[in-house]
Design a protein around this ligand. Structure first.
Ligand code: PLP
Length: 415
């Protein structure tokens, strides 16, 4: 056989081997719902919810309507989901302790008949929230990392401004539950000015994150004002917005918002998708608009038991995100926040997910898995172990397929 033919035979054998690697995922995938293949069901539910509120399509697509009609009463919930008496009781009892609210749009993603629905698990209170005996109110000690009003600073060159405590939906796994309270609080102009002053005085700050709450709960005018102030600080190189509205209220992304954002490049928007069912055609439209406005989109997922603590679900989530122009950025290990014990997994669950992503799928679909160090000492990346030992001019490595190999440094420059 000629040489090229031999090589082709070897490549074909290798292809067969590679195909085997993806079989478990290909057989799991059809059972994982996503927002595109469930869209017609979601639209049916939206019709039902619209009827309940007696609202036009135009209103439904108006984010002010969505925000002001967030569902907050057990009575309404009872009409729109199939919850039994015990579950309804849980909602009202837990609601006395931890705020809840769901935008009508996000509610339409819930499968009303499935108690294990991942969207329901993230948004509807359950008894488990009161069973948490080991969680802390503020595990990251955020109260001790605020050198100026509304600011959280944990790193040398970047910081957060908390611009509001409002959200379109209050996540049951929220890490800042203690700030949510019962009333909507926008950070005052006075506090924002104090925060901006802090940034002006500290020239090493080159990256400013606006978050909350949800940065896109601010009006277009306020967002435009804040971003303009930041653009006027010479040492601020980039801005980031943290928002879950892309997931919970995609109609927030209006042409007017995009027109305002367009002026403030470079601008990065990090959002928070946790399950492929959340990635819908409505989301794709909103992401397209933001991308055309020059915003760079990233996702920060949280590893949540019963939602995405499964390598196949996480892989599909990341694929769905890339299709709508969102680059998976981080997966957070769920923090020890009081009232969220039922969402926590071991760290090893996240490491196993990372193990099953790297090599098996596009590098673009692989976020960094992060454990937040206690007391606010920062995001700490967790990886499967690929470096087995370091020797003189060589390292022993473990590849994504579990091959242990020696990698030699050849002709390294020596001083
Ligand atoms: C997460 C976070 C940041 C941003 O961290 P990156 O790793 O740059 O994404 C900045 N400041 C605070 C306080 C944070 O919690």
């Amino acid at each position: 056989m000629p040489d090229t033919m031999k090589k082709r035979v070897i490549a074909k054998q290798r292809s067969t081997e590679l195909k085997k690697h993806i079989e478990p995922y290909l057989s799991a995938r059809p059972r994982i719902p996503d927002g595109f293949n469930h869209w017609s069901k979601i639209l049916e539910r939206q019709e039902k919810i619209k009827k309940h509120f007696n609202v036009t399509d135009e209103k439904w697509n108006d984010w002010h309507w969505q925000a002001s009609r967030r569902i907050t009463s057990v009575k309404t919930l009872k009409k729109l989901l199939n919850l039994d008496e015990q579950q309804l009781q849980a909602v009202s009892k837990v609601g006395e302790r931890y705020r809840w609210a769901v935008s009508p749009y996000y509610l339409s993603l819930i499968d009303p008949d499935n108690p294990l629905c991942p969207v329901r698990r993230q948004s509807i209170p359950s008894w488990e929230e009161l069973d948490d005996t080991c969680g802390q109110d503020d595990p990251m000690a955020e109260e001790y990392t605020s050198p100026a009003p509304a600011i959280t600073r944990r790193y040398p060159d970047r910081l957060i401004i908390n611009v509001t405590n409002q959200c379109a939906m209050y996540c049951r796994h929220c890490q800042r539950r203690r700030n949510i309270g019962e009333i909507d609080r926008m950070t005052s102009r006075e506090q924002l000015n104090a925060a901006l002053d802090y940034i002006r005085r500290n020239e090493e700050i080159r990256d400013v994150l606006l978050t909350g709450g949800d940065a896109l709960m601010l009006s277009n005018e306020n967002i435009d004002w804040l971003l303009t102030e930041l653009d006027n600080i010479p040492h601020v190189e980039i801005k980031r917005l943290g928002s879950r509205t892309l997931v919970t209220m995609p109609m927030r992304v209006t042409d007017e918002l995009c027109k305002a954002l367009e002026k403030h490049s470079p601008l990065y928007i990090n959002t928070h998708f946790n399950h492929p069912i959340e990635v819908t055609p409505a989301v794709a439209e909103a992401c397209g608009k933001l991308a055309r406005a020059g915003a760079v989109l990233g996702n920060q997922a949280v590893l949540l038991a019963g939602v995405n603590d499964d390598p196949h679900v996480m892989k599909k989530l990341n694929h769905e995100l890339l299709k709508v122009l969102i680059r998976p950025y981080l997966i957070f290990h769920a923090k020890n926040v009081k009232g969220t014990a039922h969402f926590r997994t071991g760290v090893e669950v996240g490491i196993d997910i990372m193990e099953q992503l790297r090599g098996f799928t596009s590098g673009l679909a692989i976020p960094t898995f992060i454990v937040n160090a206690p007391d606010g000492y920062g995001k700490t990346p967790m990886f499967p172990n690929y470096l087995l030992s370091v020797g003189r001019n060589k390292v022993t490595i473990r590849t994504w397929e579990n091959r242990v190999m020696v990698y030699e440094d050849h002709c390294v420059k020596k001083d």
